[in-house]
Design a protein around this ligand. Structure first.
Ligand code: NAP
Length: 239
């Protein structure tokens, strides 16, 4: 029986590459995408490579979608071994009336901050809540976070909503590492580094494969691996 892995935001960027790498390791990967057409194109790429993947529609902002996916997984796969909360946004609309990007934190609309928190922080929370009963003993949960959420780092003067969302995501990681510890489930935050994706842009130094490898490390930790931590390429980061 292959291990069952779920990846959110799997239609492009780091999520697509995480799906590829987990499938190459022998997992059955449930790729999820909010737009089924984009998801199908991504899935077909991996199927053409001979990989064992399926596609399900999932908008992480929708509790209903998360619960519907959990019902599908319960009926067809019984349980889950790996959950990768990868979907995230850094919206262009993150601008103030000056139209500058990133917006000045003194003028960014709170509604924009709410939108980012809804996807980047509450999306993983919805998924963990929906899938907790299905996560098998020794399962791995990976929350794809960012060094931009590090309170120990330099917060700079921009990207307020995104930074808040990743700092709060790290809090979700710490909480559920404790809550799920009785089932020996490991929950970690991972920074993929600055990666050449639509979000990271073409100037980023790391390939999607390198970013994904940082995530896959935490998704495939051995039984004596860490839980409740924050990592880049397997090295522990300060919160
Ligand atoms: N790239 C970097 O340098 C970098 C650095 C640190 C952390 N990260 C994190 O890594 C993760 C992946 O980023 P990426 O660089 O691969 O970004 P990306 O290329 O912009 O891809 C983001 C993915 O998330 C999906 N998504 C957004 N909102 C969603 C929702 N409500 N429901 C379901 N899927 C949704 C997108 O789907 P659509 O195609 O439908 O929009 C897309 O598949 C994010 O959490 C990001 O914050 C990235």
């Amino acid at each position: 029986m292959p291990q069952i892995a779920i990846v959110t935001g799997a239609n492009r960027g780091i999520g697509l590459e995480v799906s590829r790498q987990l499938a190459q390791l022998g997992h059955h990967v449930i790729m999820t995408a909010r737009d089924p057409r984009k998801g199908a194109a991504a899935m077909q790429q991996l199927v053409a490579e001979g990989l064992d993947v399926e596609l399900r529609k999932l908008d992480v902002n929708s509790t209903e979608d998360c619960q519907a996916l959990a019902r599908h997984v319960a009926e067809n796969h019984k349980g889950v071994d790996v959950l990768v909360n990868n979907a995230g946004i850094l919206p262009e609309s993150f601008s103030d009336t000056s139209g500058r990007y990133p917006a000045n934190p003194l003028r960014v609309p709170p509604a924009t901050v709410m939108e980012i928190l809804n996807t980047n922080t509450l999306g993983p929370l919805r998924m963990i809540q929906a899938f907790a009963p299905l996560l098998r003993e020794n399962a791995r949960v990976v929350n794809v976070s960012s060094s931009m959420g590090q309170l120990s780092g330099d917060f700079g003067n921009g990207h307020l909503g995104y930074r808040m969302s990743k700092t709060a995501l790290n809090a979700v990681t710490k909480m559920f590492a404790n809550v799920l510890a009785p089932k020996n489930i490991k929950v970690n935050s991972v920074d993929p580094g600055w990666v050449r994706t639509d979000m990271g842009n073409e100037n980023a130094p790391r390939s999607p494969a390198q970013g994904a490898a940082s995530v896959v490390w935490a998704a495939t930790l051995p039984p004596d691996g860490p839980s409740g931590g924050f990592f880049l390429d397997g090295e522990r980061l300060e919160w």
